[in-house]
Design a protein around this ligand. Structure first.
Ligand SMILES: [Fe+2]
Ligand SMILES: [Fe+2]
Length: 230
C-alpha cells in the first residue's frame, strides 16, 4: 500500500454540513462563498498542473489543494452577519474581525480532520511572501506552506475579478497588472510566473473575462458543480 492510499484511508470525509454552512453564509446577497471557493480551487489546480503536478504522481497533494481552495474562507461563516454582509468599506474594528476568518477557518478545518495542507491554506492565505499580511506571523518566503502560497495567488485573482455584493468585478487586465506588481512582495514569484504560463490565464487576458477553470484541468476530475473529485 503506498503512502497516498494510506493517507486517503485515514482521512475523514469533509463534512457536508460545512459545505451547507458556506452555501448559506451569504444567501440572498447575490454572492456565494461556496462558488468563490470552487473558483479558487479551480485556479489553484490550473497553477498546480502547470507547475508539473499530475494526478498520477501527486494525487494526494492535488486533492488537498482542491479542498484548500474550496474551504480557504470557511472561517467567514463565524463572522457576525452585520460585518460579513456589510456593503461598505470595513472600519478598523470590522476589518480586524474579518481578518480572523483565517484563524477560525483553520480551527474549523482542524476539527473536521482535514489534511494539514488544507488547514495551512486557510490559516496563511493572506500572509505575504515578503512578510506581513495576516494573521500576524513570522513566516515569509518559502517558509509559508506551499498550499497557502498557491491559494494566495488563485484567491487574489478570483476575488478581484468576481462580482461582490457591493461592487462589480475588476477587469482581468487590471487585476493581472496588480498581481504582477506584487510578484515577490505579496506573492511567491515562481507561482506568479507559473500562472502566467497557463493557457487559462492567456485566455482570460485575451477574452477579458475569466474562463471556467475546469476546462483546463479535466484530467484532475474536478467537478465545479458539486466540488467532488471524480
Ligand atoms: Fe480569505
Ligand atoms: Fe477567498
Amino acid at each position: 500500500m503506498d503512502s497516498d492510499t494510506v493517507t486517503t484511508l485515514v482521512r475523514k470525509t469533509p463534512p457536508e454540513h460545512l459545505r451547507e454552512r458556506m452555501r448559506g453564509a451569504y444567501r440572498g446577497t447575490g454572492y456565494s462563498l461556496a462558488d468563490h471557493g470552487q473558483r479558487v480551487a479551480g485556479v489553484a489546480l490550473v497553477i498546480a498542473a502547470e507547475w508539473g503536478f499530475t494526478s498520477a504522481s501527486n494525487a494526494t497533494f492535488l486533492e488537498d489543494l482542491r479542498l484548500a481552495g474550496e474551504f480557504h474562507d470557511i472561517g467567514k461563516i463565524t463572522v457576525a452577519e452585520d460585518v460579513r454582509l456589510s456593503t461598505t468599506t470595513f472600519n478598523d474594528a470590522e476589518r480586524r474581525v474579518m481578518e480572523r476568518h483565517t484563524e477560525f477557518g483553520a480551527a474549523i478545518l482542524r476539527e473536521a480532520g482535514m489534511p494539514e495542507a488544507v488547514i495551512d491554506a486557510a490559516l496563511y492565505h493572506h500572509v505575504r511572501y515578503a512578510g506581513g499580511g495576516y494573521p500576524d506571523t513570522m513566516l515569509s518566503g518559502d517558509a509559508i506552506p506551499f498550499s497557502a502560497r498557491i491559494i494566495a495567488v488563485a484567491d487574489y485573482f478570483v476575488a478581484r475579478t468576481e462580482d461582490r455584493p457591493h461592487r462589480a468585478g475588476h477587469p482581468v487586465a487590471e487585476v493581472w497588472a496588480d498581481l504582477l506588481e506584487n510578484r515577490g512582495v505579496w506573492f511567491d514569484p515562481h507561482i506568479v510566473d507559473t500562472f502566467e504560463r497557463t493557457a487559462f490565464l492567456d485566455e482570460a487576458r485575451r477574452a477579458g473575462c475569466v474562463p471556467d477553470p475546469s476546462r483546463f484541468i479535466g484530467g484532475f476530475g474536478y467537478n465545479r458543480s458539486n466540488g467532488i473529485a471524480a
